[in-house]
Design a binder for this molecule. Sequence first.
Ligand code: KIV
Ligand code: ZN
Length: 521
Amino acid sequence: MATVDKNRVIIFDTTLRDGEQALQQSLSAKQKLQIALTLEQLGVDVIEAGFPISSPGDLQSVREIAQALKTSTACGLSRALDKDIDACYEAFKGIDHYRIHTFIATSDIHVHDKLKKSFDDIVEMAVHAVKRARNYTDDVEFSCEDAGRTPIDHLCRMVESAIAAGATTVNIPDTVGYTLPYEFGGIIKTLYNRVPNIDKAIISVHCHNDLGMATANSLSAVMEGARQIECTVNGLGERAGNTSLEEVVMSMKLRQEYMKGVYTNIVSENIARASQVVSGITNEPVPSHKAIVGSNAFAHSSGIHQDGVLKNKSTYEILTPQSVGFKENNMHMTARSGRHMIKAVLEKLGYKEGSYDLDDLYKRFLKLADKKGQVFDYDLEALLFLSHEQEEDSQFELDNLMVLAGGKNVIPTATVRLKIGKRTRTESGTGNGPVDAVFNCICRLTGFKIKLDNFVIAAKGSGMNAQGQVDVDVIYEDRHYHGKGLSTDVIESSALALISACNSIYRAQIIENEKQEKENA
Ligand code: KIV
Ligand code: ZN
């Protein structure tokens, strides 16, 4: 066994194997390679690149990844079968260093009901598989599938036999995410107490998140001596997913003292990027509230929290967004934001305290926040400059919308009628799709040459009552504007979102004109 610092926890990433097998659509070899290279930059020690026996395409992709990796070790999965192990060798032939990961189930239910074998047969198969893999490489991992539900005497016997056969890493998976942290840590502790040759291998854990315990279980195992965690970026994986890489890595980093000084080689500043790459390629959105990498993970919404963070970030922030590679934290201006928050945002925009009436502004801000949900910096600026009367009005309002969505040989066409100030105007036009057709009409009606930077659609509510919320980010004359629209009809939501962005542009223009007039006066 290669000597590794006893406090170092090896990060084994299985995004490309356990994560990928849970996706609706499999990834192309090119996409997998891009993820593998991102994981390498992140500092992952072992990258499980795939399951070579599963298809010639997977074998080829594992080979390409292994050839491309420079610092991370490539690993291939195999059942405890000769043909699987040989397929791994086929993928890795010619590579200097690689790992073969072989597994077989050890719990009673899997041994008897799935494999229809006796436990003695299983031990024999495992020993044979490990020995065969050792003929190819000196880096062999053996996993006891469903270890979390395996009788402890059987587990001890299996771990001892696999190590004696030459396994250099023995993995203890909680395959069905059934155990609780104290219990799972207890299994690792018992293995250390009862398996005589345990010091000859690294003990690894692989937890699934069915009860939301994957991170806690993995950390509990590390506290008892496990020194490899198997995990995935964003927690992707079968059913409720695997242990999330970013959660275990940042927990160990932040709570190093409590965790008896353990550490990993992960470059934490690359976490946000890895999360975005994986989410983008797999088409699996990261929930906004996801620990460490969710878009709200460093956003503060309540007035009390915002006030605290403005005085001292550590009041409500245990990690900095920069430590995982996000640029800065976000303050969401909503009806729950307090005066301190408003003052701080204005200060950032260059408005000195005393140059405006904070009490009056705050009252108007609350009214706007109730109406809009979220308020952006340009809205706040608009409140400063517009009179009470002006701020109530929207320059553009949707009066009527008719859309021919499209179909075979049909060009998507829209007719939009807007109230513009005191007048009403109508435009008709076509587009690549119905939303594009609507947007083209709105741009002509408002006269704004807008570049659409981002378009996000999300269901709000559930079932028949759900509404479609559209958020657009547009660029107009080098400045970003945001608009939101909510309706049961997503085309109407899209129109409303763009119109709300146009209203913000219009207000910004008035402010700009007023500034100019003052300067010229
Ligand atoms: O969950 C599991 O048990 C696995 C093994 C193949 C390690 O993914
Ligand atoms: Zn798994």
